[in-house]
Ligand binder design. Sequence first.
Ligand code: SF4
Length: 319
Amino acid sequence: MTVSPEKLLLAAPRGYCAGVDRAVQTVERALELHGAPVYVRKEIVHNKHVVEDLAARGAIFVDELEDTIPAGAITVFSAHGVSPAVHADAEARKLQTIDATCPLVTKVHREAIKFAEDGYTIVLVGHAGHEEVEGTMGEAPEHIVLVETEEDVDRLEIDNPDKVAYISQTTLSVDETRAIIGRLRERFPGAVGPRTDDICYATTNRQMAVKQLAAQCDLVLVIGSRNSSNSQRLVDVTRELGTEAHLIDHEGQVEESWLEGKRVLGITSGASAPEDLVQRLIDYFRARGTDEVAELEVISEDVRFMLPKTIRKELAARE
Ligand code: SF4
């Protein structure tokens, strides 16, 4: 017998943030203006569905700038940002670059540069190997140390403990990061941080919404890809509250065993997951017999970012 929850509760806000929307649109506009192929360094945003869709329209995703990219080719940098070394490499290869780095990631890069210029040792809270972390560390590699946990903070050895600054990746768990920074301030009471939080508005709002969702649901499904940090954190935050949660790319990954005995099913999506995947999941449950669908709006968002200047100029010239 097919089991289906009685009710679906959708978190709001969920899904696309302003930085992802801008990055995806950048590749779309570049394809319109220049035609295929348009090269993109790394996944433009961490979502399988989005990447496959753009690839089908003529975007070529590369892991690093490489010899197969012809000189002069249009090359887009992803929303996660790149280090100065990557910019220099692109220049040496004579690529026409379009930088789709999210402005909120650029803000963190600027903080890193400023703290490094002022002689601080910068403690970056983030996940090793994440593209955003690699890009940020590349701004001042000699000045930045990465910590992932409170234990990492305990192990830190810093020559001048009076000159410590901290910054963070934009897509971390708000609570975990607060604890790590708290520990850092215990060890280095003079540690200074950015004027406003580095964890971005979209990450913060989606976590706030999923916390309220978790309290009202028997199970939460998060739509997002495995390599999406902010999507993974939505699963973590939900589980920390004692509610079962799973990360899925699409409705085809829902497992029957998860649904046994579940009355209210919560749905949310990471900042890089398009809304049509949420709609497909809703349709999937409707087809199984769920007919009550409601939205839990926790906070409303109206953040928008302008497209990169190069794209805006080209669009204006076309008019
Ligand atoms: S999750 Fe935040 S930092 Fe990342 S692209 Fe979206 S708005 Fe920018």
